[in-house]
Design a binder for this molecule. Structure first.
Ligand SMILES: Nc1ncnc2c1ncn2[C@@H]1O[C@H](COP(=O)(O)OP(=O)(O)OP(=O)(O)O)[C@@H](O)[C@H]1O
Ligand SMILES: [Mg+2]
Length: 281
């Protein structure tokens, strides 16, 4: 995300409303090392309503990360159109991105990493510091502003990455296996924190995960991908607010989980190169 890509007149102080996303016949391929092209995304049509929480699940290599990068505007489609609130994607603070491996800047403090997302937006120094401090407090890192990434645990680093994604008050939050490298307890805490945060700010969220349970806990809708296509699109109407401790007790949870697992097993068995089972959490 480039801090300098802000458009004139964009209000960085207001929280953005959750944005709608439309994919219309979108395709994307890449050249492999032999020079041949592989299709990462094949003719995808998809409509995501504003403020929806969507989980994307599917075997390794099925195009999940590519889908997110297309929405962020980091990658352009070969064919078809993508519209975010009716406009082509454009990188900037209105879209927050969180990755599995944190991607923090090691020589910047916690505050410096979070503030990076706001630099170049014309905020004065004290306004920027106040925004960063408020965001750090929201993710439970008040008091850690002057520490460096190497001094933090994995869970704390991921909180910094989350704060950096959220400090621009994005209407769109793109999360690519954000909790996959955390231990089980930290992961549950982060899931609950993310749910609380989404309930407060209601950005539209695209959340890639290899965990069926994580998808069911968090999302309004689970999109199952395989071979660059959307294979199933399942509405999750488990009651909200949800928390990790109680979501699994609802009557619908077991059948939904079983359905998703059998679908993913079929996909993995039809493509033995897929690493889904080795990676899911
Ligand atoms: N920059 C790139 N250059 C060449 N090929 C790419 C590039 N990015 C993705 N691909 C290819 O596109 C396909 C989809 O990749 P993508 O990273 O979207 O999959 P994924 O579903 O996110 O997989 P994983 O679960 O392992 O993260 C794969 O075949 C991958 O090798
Ligand atoms: Mg990926």
């Amino acid at each position: 995300m480039s801090p300098s890509s802000r458009q004139p007149g964009e209000d960085v102080s207001a929280a953005s409303r959750g944005k709608s996303i439309r994919f219309m016949g979108v395709s994307k391929g890449f050249a492999n090392s032999n020079g041949a092209r592989t299709s990462a995304i094949r003719n995808v049509d998809l409509s995501i309503a504003e403020q929806q929480f969507v989980a994307i699940i599917g075997p390794s290599g099925c195009g999940k990360s590519t889908l997110l990068r297309l929405v962020d505007g980091l990658v352009a489609p070969d064919g078809g159109d993508i519209l975010i609130d009716g406009q082509p994607p454009r990188p900037g603070p209105a879209t927050g991105m969180v990755f599995q491996n944190f991607r923090l800047i090691p020589w910047r403090s916690v505050a410096g990493n979070v503030g990076f997302a706001l630099e170049g937006l014309g905020l004065d120094k004290s306004a920027l510091s106040a925004r960063v401090a408020a965001q750090l407090e929201q993710v439970g890192l008040a008091g850690w502003a002057h520490h460096y990434p190497a001094q933090l645990s994995g869970g704390m680093r991921q909180r910094v990455a989350l704060a950096r994604a959220l400090v621009g008050r994005p209407g769109l939050l793109l999360m690519d296996e954000p909790f996959a490298s955390l231990d089980a307890q930290t992961r549950e805490l982060m899931q609950d924190d993310l749910l609380a945060l989404w309930e407060r700010q209601r950005p539209t969220v695209l959340f890639v995960t290899h965990s069926v349970d994580e998808a069911l806990l968090l999302a309004d809708r689970v999109i199952v991908m395989g071979g660059g296509r959307v294979l199933e699109d399942i509405t999750i109407s488990l009651p909200r607010p949800r928390r990790s401790t109680d979501a699994r007790r609802t009557a619908d949870y077991g059948p939904l989980r079983e359905h998703l697992w059998s679908l993913i097993k079929q996909l993995v068995l039809s493509d033995p190169a897929s690493a889904f089972f080795g990676r899911q959490g």
